[in-house]
Design a binder for this molecule. Structure first.
Ligand SMILES: C[S@@+](CC[C@H](N)C(=O)[O-])C[C@H]1O[C@@H](n2cnc3c(N)ncnc32)[C@H](O)[C@@H]1O
Length: 240
């Protein structure tokens, strides 16, 4: 067990495989993306920061729906794939543990952080930066692995965050944080957000044909992901 995920761009090694897996696959196309896109709402004409954008699957959907997208990711290969996929987007290699100092205050209408919170050691710094670049009337949408699923897989002390090494999918070695739901809510609070909605998604009906067993399980069990929409707390002084 280690105490940090670190800054090695671990997805670089399997970025192309991730794209193949996530483009039409069960967990991403039929479970996570529908939930986060629902929470983002109407993005037409909006400036969206896709934080930890991966290979640009969200960015593609967002641009199709009329948004202007800026994407960042720690993995250079992910940024290459996103740039190829979404030529109109602005993409940059960036570690979210560092300040987004090229983005002005209140320059984004929406921020998306999909399936990436668990890789950030400096979650408070990252969330405060995402809050800073958001307009006061904007929203952050994030998804993360469901803590119940993490706890069922790993057992032990549910309440104490820790770093786990796992092997997923096609042999991908992944190091990530597991932490209780309370911790994510507290981190959002401490970064100046109010949780507006929290979804425990179910797979889309089309997912039943892809994998009936998994579909049936994930319609009953909280072992996949969860998604949160949080807004800048209007009671706090404006930043900047
Ligand atoms: C599970 S993938 C999700 C990608 C994309 N958001 C999606 O849902 O398709 C996690 C992504 O987080 C990125 N990531 C991990 N740590 C990061 C960090 N410190 N800063 C920026 N991106 C990071 C990885 O490179 C990877 O692209």
């Amino acid at each position: 067990m280690t105490e940090q995920v670190g800054t090695d761009p671990q997805y670089d090694d399997f970025a192309d495989e991730y794209l193949d897996h996530a483009r039409d696959g069960f967990y991403n196309a039929h479970y996570d993306r529908p939930a986060c896109l629902d929470l983002l709402g109407d993005v037409s004409g909006r400036r969206v920061l896709d934080a930890a954008c991966g290979p640009g699957l969200y960015a593609h959907e967002l641009v199709e729906r009329g948004a202007t997208v800026t994407g960042v990711d720690i993995s250079p290969r992910m940024i290459e794939l996103a740039s190829e996929r979404v030529p109109s987007g602005e993409f940059r290699v960036h570690d979210l543990g560092e300040p987004l100092d090229w983005l002005p205050d209140s320059s984004m209408d929406l921020v998306l952080l999909a399936l990436a919170l668990e890789y950030l050691d400096n979650r408070m710094g990252a969330l405060r930066e995402l809050r800073r670049v958001l307009r006061p009337d904007g929203a952050l949408v994030l998804s993360r692995m469901h803590p119940t699923g993490d706890w069922l897989r790993h057992g032990g002390d549910y309440f104490t965050p820790r770093v786990i090494d796992e092997v997923w999918s096609k042999g991908w070695r992944v190091r990530h944080w597991v932490s209780p739901l309370e911790r994510t809510c507290e981190e959002l609070h401490d970064a100046g957000f109010l949780v507006e909605r929290l979804l425990e998604p179910r797979p889309t009906p089309e997912a039943a044909a892809l994998d009936p067993g998994r579909y049936e399980r994930l319609t009953r069990e909280p072992t996949g992901f969860l998604a949160i929409r949080a807004v800048p707390d209007p009671r706090l002084p404006e930043q900047g």
